[in-house]
Ligand binder design. Sequence first.
Ligand code: GLC
Ligand code: CA
Length: 511
Amino acid sequence: MPSWLKDAVFYEIYPQSFKDTNEDGIGDINGIIEKLDYIKDLGCNALWINPCYDSPFKDAGYDVRDYKKVAPRYGSNQDLYRLFGEAHNRGIKVLLDLVPGHTSEEHKWFQESKKAEKNEYSNRYVWTNGAFQGIGGHPYIGGEADRDGCYMLNFFKCQPALNYGFLNRTEDWQLPPDHPDCIATREALKDIMRFWLDHGCDGFRVDMADSLVKEDDENKSATGAVWKNIREMMDKDYPEAALVSEWSNPYQSLKSGFHCDFYLDHHGNGYNTLIRDNETPGGDHSFLKKDGHGDIFRFLDDYLPKYDNTKDDGYISFFTCNHDTPRARRTLGYDELKIAYAMFLTLPGVPFIYYGDEIGMRYLEIPTKEGGFARTGSRTPMQWDHSKNMGFSEAPEDILYLPLDPAADAPTVDDQASDENSLYNEVKRLIALRHQYTDLQADGSFEVIFAEKEAFPFVYKRGSLIVAINPSDQEARVSLPESASALFQIGDISLNGKELTMKPQSFVVCK
Ligand code: GLC
Ligand code: CA
């Protein structure tokens, strides 16, 4: 386990939209370098950058054409190596995004694989033996290549599935996971990882990490075996590098070698019920929405078994949002966001903040861009200040990658930095608090002290600290197990010995 993860607070950067330095309207690596001091000042000590590799951008870069080359729109490999160095000079780690399940249809492996003549890459992707043959229940394409076969897709049409084999085989074109050609796919992935790790990257966020071996068993043991093999390489040669999975099943991911696994926003899961329970009929019952009349057990019943059963294997990662998820500001106001982030930043595991969430950027209803569809509205340019294009770019406004928030009150870093009561300054104080108290960090113990159905507050213990949250619009009271005094608070609370009274929308950490 890389020791730095214990106190890591990540910042996710969607590179298209962070900072443009060459006036083409698209964010770039040099822009990230320019803003490293900002990230450090916020208190984040680690970055995850969405794919920045050469790509036709039919899925915003998750369709990789060349894993070892930075996309020209973002700069050069040299720029990225410089980013690693500049980040390290500031004590910031950098995770790249690794896309192991598929490539772009324009990747040179696929160009070879689709040829009629057999070659080294024929089995790099999943193909049937005939152009008229479907692929079980999986999406596939037939009739597009000279090769007489259909190929499997892993996501969009542009993303053919790489071949890590099939566990339960029913057809002769399905190779076993230990077939030399499937092992070759895994080794090619390791080669890509080594390339970036050797150049100074600190690990990877792994895209669709559960999608490798097909017809896997319900425990995903064959896919897990691939990751265990990769983790062996990491432990041996890169023990301080981190692996974070997009999997959202810590039993599987953390036991297969991942250090952290995201708690993704899946309708009805514990995370979803905290801030995005707005698809259930009957209104928004998110626990952290002030008038949601939420129920903390919808979170705890899902989270606690996951946490209890995996806490010795790795970390569950809470996030404010990501590039696939609607920004929380869509349904929550600034005061609600303060309480929500306070909770995410005082739970165990390794937290992630999505760029712009520290100022409460909005989700915009805008047309799709590069395969974003509904996700596009969460990917708009960072709002730095009130200069041209809100400080994102000097380019003409009509060539910006995506439009800026047109609202008169669109939040900016500049405005919020000078306002002590802003969301930005609250986030900054919360991150500083987490860095100050090891009990609040990834490894600190977690124990629920007070949770009652449809009642507030929610109180938990982290090590020797007590955290109490009243997200509701009603006053709430509770008796703590022992006398305590407040060391950090949001909103109004009063604490007399053990008796804690919390005004609406308040949060406190006591000792
Ligand atoms: C992951 C990414 C998403 C991408 C998909 C296919 O879910 O987060 O943005 O479109 O995988 O690579
Ligand atoms: Ca640019």
